[in-house]
Design a protein around this ligand. Structure first.
Ligand code: ADP
Ligand code: MG
Length: 321
């Protein structure tokens, strides 16, 4: 099967969308953005055995590749619109491709995201690079840099589950309902797109959690030139995670595990505002800390556990040291 056959069989799907003037099949895609909105673009690459175990079901790989990008769009309060896919494959296995593309389109269709082009190449490792283009109302974008002293720090969902799920996959842990739950949190992260849009007018800054809650909050605080503190007894841990390990290990994963793709944001609005949004979207939103005055770029975030200082050492995942 050559690359043209791969594209035609697995990636070309009929779309009727006025904004797509030229889609897959020509030298480039031609898109007509909404003149009243700002464009947001993000890109993420997933390499086999770096970002996911190669044994992950291909449908999950496809879903996850889209979801991690949508998470970045969500953190900017954006609306996803179009994506391009650069796919590197070591061989063209029809079963793998059919499953991969079904997962990819499952994630895309949940959020009205259209695949408008890409590139298909052969290489030694499977690598998936997806660029998503989205838009946001003019000047309404949410960034990392707007947090102010006095704001509260909020997080969606239950951090720690995904990294526990990855560890369970890698160790071949025996399956039960709790293990299946955490593995699914890794394999199919929920992009918080509707939440990003709902919090936009109330939040001062936001970031999505890819490298680990602690590291990602530090990034937000540093970008905002403030410091902050979080209270670990307030961290929302899932009941599944708590049943699978002791509380100290669960906390460590929640702080440093990464791969959560939840949103963390700051706001001066009252907690009721976010309780309403949480109820409406059936998502947990928890206040876990507070933003304080200025900081040096190092040690922007202080952790306490039941009020006592808790020393945390971990840098999150880094590709290059
Ligand atoms: P070119 O040689 O001009 O770069 P290609 O032959 O690589 O074009 O691609 C043909 C068409 O298929 C283009 O419209 C391109 O965007 C699209 N395409 C290639 N690979 C993919 C893919 N993996 N997913 C979606 N569209 C793709
Ligand atoms: Mg060309």
């Amino acid at each position: 099967m050559d690359e043209f056959e791969i594209i035609r069989r697995y990636f070309e799907r009929a779309v009727s969308d006025e904004s797509i003037r030229v889609g897959i099949g020509d030298d480039g895609a031609v898109l007509r953005p909404d003149p009243n909105r700002d464009l947001v673009t993000v890109i993420d690459t997933l390499v086999s055995d770096v970002h996911f175990p190669h044994s992950l079901p291909p449908a999950d790989i496809g879903y996850r590749s889209v979801a991690v990008n949508l998470s970045d769009i969500a953190a900017m309060a954006g609306r996803p619109r179009w994506m391009v896919l650069a796919l590197t494959l070591s061989d063209s296995d029809p079963l793998w491709l059919a499953s991969f593309s079904s997962g990819l389109f499952a994630a895309a269709e949940e959020f009205d995201l259209a695949l408008v082009g890409g590139d298909t190449t052969r290489g030694q490792e499977t690598a998936i690079s997806i660029q998503v283009l989205g838009d946001v109302e003019v000047d309404k974008v949410l960034t990392r840099s707007g947090a102010k002293a006095g704001d509260s720090i909020y997080v969606t969902g239950t951090p720690g589950d995904a990294s526990a799920g990855l560890a369970a996959l890698q160790s071949g842990a025996p399956r039960n309902r709790d293990v299946d739950y955490i593995i699914n949190r890794f394999a199919r992260p929920t992009a918080r797109v509707p939440i990003g849009q709902a919090i936009a007018e109330h939040a001062s800054a936001a970031i999505d959690l890819s490298d680990g809650l602690f590291t990602d909050i530090e990034k937000l605080l540093t970008a905002s030139a403030v410091s902050g503190s979080i209270e670990l007894s307030e961290l929302p841990l899932s009941s599944q995670l708590i049943r699978l390990m002791d509380e100290d290990d669960a906390l460590r994963l929640a702080l440093g595990g990464g791969d959560d793709y939840e949103l963390c944001f700051t706001s001066a609005a009252g907690a009721e505002v976010f309780q309403d949004i949480a109820d409406q979207h059936e998502v947990l939103i928890t206040c876990i800390g507070r933003v304080n005055e200025g900081s040096e770029s190092k040690n922007a975030l202080l952790c306490t556990r039941n009020g006592a200082e808790y020393e945390y050492h971990h840098d999150g995942y880094r590709h290059f040291h």
